[in-house]
Ligand binder design. Structure first.
Ligand SMILES: [Zn+2]
Ligand SMILES: [Zn+2]
Length: 237
């Protein structure tokens, strides 16, 4: 028993550099942030929080997802748990391959209502009703909340609102993910930006299925920030 514990502890210690308590690494996205990585429709982001690794979504093509893990030097065995935002193929594509590489992987399908803790400081909102039910991942850091979304089918404002309400109305330092605004007018996008600012959102990075217009308008409203795209590593103190 002691030996098992020791092994688990050493795996956790290897999983993350101690210098930064929180890191987000984008593993799959519609745009690429680093040469040698492939932009492709889909989304996956790896969160390392105090040495614990949890993944939001797994992209579209399993082989490309695994290739990005290799190129970014992420050992699948260091990923403890996966939260699947919603049951669309551009978020679930790599899941069975990851499970095959890591049989003890804990997977949170989008089924549980209400918020729950994934690892200390990292939560799921639980499913939020919408045209497609979806859960978001929330990281509680000393400088505020981070909200990570897959596609935001229930609406990005609604998802952030739920996350903020669940976590005691703390300010939001970063919202990142797909905002699903391809069909929306400039007025609708502007409305969402205003609502997010009202919710105390300091930075919002629209990527994946957000649409070019939303990406542009969010950049104008919130600034470039650290940027998104596969290969992007965002370190939060
Ligand atoms: Zn979707
Ligand atoms: Zn999507």
């Amino acid at each position: 028993m002691k030996l098992v514990l020791l092994l688990l502890l050493s795996t956790a210690a290897l999983a993350a550099p101690r210098s930064s308590p929180t890191e987000i690494l984008i593993l799959y996205d519609n745009v690429a942030a680093e040469p040698g990585l492939t932009a492709h429709w889909g989304f996956a982001a790896l969160v390392t929080h105090h040495g614990r690794r949890v993944l939001l979504d797994t992209g579209t093509k399993a082989e490309l997802f695994l290739e990005h893990l290799r190129k970014l030097k992420i050992d699948p065995a260091t990923i403890e748990q996966v939260v699947i935002s919603h049951a669309h193929g551009d978020h679930t594509g790599g899941l069975s391959s990851l499970r095959a590489a890591h049989p003890r992987l804990v997977v949170h399908e989008p089924k549980k209502p209400g918020p729950f803790e994934v690892v200390p400081g990292v939560y799921s909102t639980g499913i939020i009703a919408g045209p497609v039910t979806e859960q978001a991942m929330v990281i509680d850091t000393p400088k505020g909340l981070v909200v990570l979304t897959g596609c935001s089918h229930p609406g990005i404002v609604k998802m952030v609102e739920v996350a903020v309400t669940q976590r005691g109305a703390r300010p939001v330092r970063l919202v990142l993910g797909g905002f699903h605004m391809l069909q929306q007018s400039p007025e609708q996008i502007q409305g969402a930006i205003s609502e997010l600012k009202r919710l105390n959102v300091a930075m919002a990075l629209a990527t994946h299925c957000s649409g070019d217009l939303a990406v542009k308008m969010f950049r104008e409203a919130f600034g470039e920030g650290p940027g998104a795209g596969v290969g992007r590593r965002i370190v939060l103190d």
